[in-house]
Design a protein around this ligand. Structure first.
Ligand SMILES: [Zn+2]
Length: 77
């Protein structure tokens, strides 16, 4: 997941990697928070998620999202 194309990465794709939330960052006030994405339709893209988000602090709509990696754990091969 080092090269993320936001318009192509979907909730379903992230779920495959065990990711069920994103780290959101407000470009206006610098607030950051974690938002659950497993409640969204599987076909929702990262770009769409970012577009839907608003900062809970300042209401800014310039929100950047990155997949939140859960605690490291072996994938079990
Ligand atoms: Zn903000």
């Amino acid at each position: 997941m080092s090269h993320v194309i936001r318009s192509e990465v979907t909730v379903a794709k992230l779920a495959e990697h065990g990711i069920d939330s994103v780290d959101a960052f407000c470009e206006k006030c610098g607030n950051s928070w974690r938002a659950p994405i497993h409640i969204l339709p599987p076909a929702t893209t990262l770009a769409k998620i970012a577009a839907l988000m608003a900062c809970p602090k300042c209401g800014g709509r310039n929100v950047d999202v990155t997949p939140a990696s859960r605690e490291e754990r072996p994938t079990g091969h």
